[in-house]
Structures are given as C-alpha cells and as structure tokens.
Design a protein around this ligand. Structure first.
Ligand SMILES: [Cu+2]
Length: 127
C-alpha cells in the first residue's frame, strides 16, 4: 500500500512539475492584411487596372478593392489564385472586393478574363 501511495504521489507531483516547467507557447503571429485599391480606367481605348502590380509576402492576407471607372463590365483575375470577378459599371455597382491568402510564392499574372486586349499586371508573392 505504501508503494502504491508513493507511486501516486510521484506521478501527481511529477505531472505538476512538468506543467510548471513547460515553456508557454508563443502565440503565432497573425498574418497582416495587405490592402489595395485598383481602378479600371480607359486611356485612348486601352482598359487598364491601375495600379496593376501588387507585392505581398507569402502567408499574407490580401484584400483588393476593385473599382470599374471604365465602360461596361471588366473582370479582375489572378492566374494561380481563385480570383476572377466581374465588376459592372453599367449597373451602378462599380465596386467589388476580393480577399484571399497569398499561400504560394511566385509571380502571377493579373488580367481581365473577359478581354484579351485588357492591359494586365502582376502579383508578386515574396517567399
Ligand atoms: Cu476587360
């Protein structure tokens, strides 16, 4: 019986000691949100999302507000990411927001998925 009590005491005391000495886990830093605003304009017949270059770090949350100040409907898409939205200026709803996490490093084409001639840009995701 004495051995059993000793074993129980050692187990309980040891567990308490381990808990007391365990270093606290540092809180994982939350990824910053990189916010951008880009406007679709038309210059001498050329449709452009401007600015059209976005630089973020891998793991960042990205929020891009899209404003279509040109005519009709244009799309904003990023190759390699699930981003492809249409922004319609003709119906008075000329603003949309896209949000995603930049989980892949590299250079990704930014383009209008509706018009091949639309001037595009790039998303640069740094490692
Ligand atoms: Cu377009």
């Amino acid at each position: 019986m004495k051995r059993l009590l000793t074993a129980v005491f050692v187990a309980a005391f040891g567990a308490a000691l381990v808990r007391a000495q365990a270093p606290a886990k540092p809180a994982a830093p939350s990824a910053p949100t990189r916010e951008f605003k880009t406007v679709n304009i038309e210059v001498k017949g050329n449709k452009i999302w401007t600015p059209s270059f976005f630089v973020v770090k891998k793991g960042d949350k990205v929020k891009i507000t899209l404003i279509n100040a040109a005519s009709a409907v244009h799309a904003f898409a990023i190759e390699g990411y699930p981003v492809d939205v249409q922004v319609n200026n003709a119906e008075g709803d000329n603003s949309k927001t896209v949000e995603f996490t930049a989980d892949k490093a590299g250079i990704f084409r930014v383009f209008c998925s509706m018009h091949a001639g639309h001037v595009g840009g790039q998303l640069l995701v740094l490692e």
